[in-house]
Design a protein around this ligand. Structure first.
Ligand code: SF4
Length: 261
């Protein structure tokens, strides 16, 4: 793409894998109910404007304006707060993925987007050196939904799905705005958010991921210290373990990030 743009020829951000996810079904593994997830993109929101030509200077000139737009879109699509951050200030720490193993998370090794199969913190740190700005957001979740409680599993899955959806949509919007190297991370394991009723992760068996556009690693799966990022933004966040009681939890927090450029 760069070579073509540099030559002065027109090029548009259309050379993208199929992003026409029509719906994604998330399954409540207790009530066995399928839940339809429509992406905002399906409704045409991310493609509401004409596709912009990729130019060498557009990304710099437009970046601030676009970042503000993505920040607002994240809120519009379900986030509680959003902020623009410098890529160099995203805290990546091997101890975060260590916590996926000790004590062992039920998602560890269970999907292509969870450790040890996904991007290692060391690799992410290297990649982030090539980026400048990101949009980080959180979503407040009621205490009785965020704690592990069979009675609220549907609402919990829905909240996690919303994070995946916001990340996917903002990433897509950035792509079509010409920030074609944008990418993002969500919250929690896609194995439990989208494929809870499947026996295995199909992507790990060499088959197509059933939710290839929506699913992605969580921030924590690649070593991003979400607690630190939320606290650095001046927002409240609380440690919520598997035996937390809703009445003791002020609020739950889920987070996502889109590394734009
Ligand atoms: S097939 Fe399911 S579990 Fe595997 S990567 Fe895709 S969404 Fe995740």
């Amino acid at each position: 793409m760069k070579r073509l743009a540099a030559s002065g020829w027109d090029i548009f951000a259309v050379n993208e894998p199929n992003r026409t996810v029509t719906a994604a079904k998330a399954v409540d593994n207790l009530q066995k109910m399928a839940q339809k997830v429509e992406t905002v993109q399906d409704k045409g929101d991310t493609m509401g404007e004409a596709i912009k030509k990729i130019t060498l200077d557009m990304k710099k000139a437009q970046l601030s304006q676009d970042l503000e737009k993505y920040k607002e879109k994240a809120i519009e699509w379900g986030a509680s707060r959003s902020i623009i951050v410098k890529a160099e200030e995203i805290p990546v720490d091997e101890r975060i993925t260590l916590k996926c193993q000790i004590p062992r998370c039920f998602g560890y090794g269970a999907s292509a987007h969870c450790p040890p199969h996904t991007l290692a913190p060391e690799k992410l740190r290297e990649i982030l050196k090539k980026y400048h700005r990101a949009v980080f957001f959180i979503k407040d979740v009621p205490p009785d939904v965020i704690v592990r409680n069979k009675a609220t599993i549907k609402e919990r899955i829905k909240a996690y799905q919303n994070i995946f959806k916001i990340v996917s949509e903002v990433e897509s919007m950035a792509f079509y705005d010409g920030h074609y190297l944008a990418f993002g991370f969500a919250a929690g394991s896609c194995r439990h958010t989208f494929c809870a009723q499947e026996d295995t992760c199909q992507a790990m068996e060499g088959k197509r991921c059933k939710f290839s556009i929506l699913s992605r690693p969580s921030m924590e799966a690649v070593g991003i210290d979400v607690y630190k990022m939320v606290a650095s933004a001046g927002w409240d966040i609380y440690p919520i373990g598997s035996n937390a009681k809703p009445e003791k939890v002020p609020k739950g927090t889920l987070a996502g990030i889109i590394i734009v450029q």
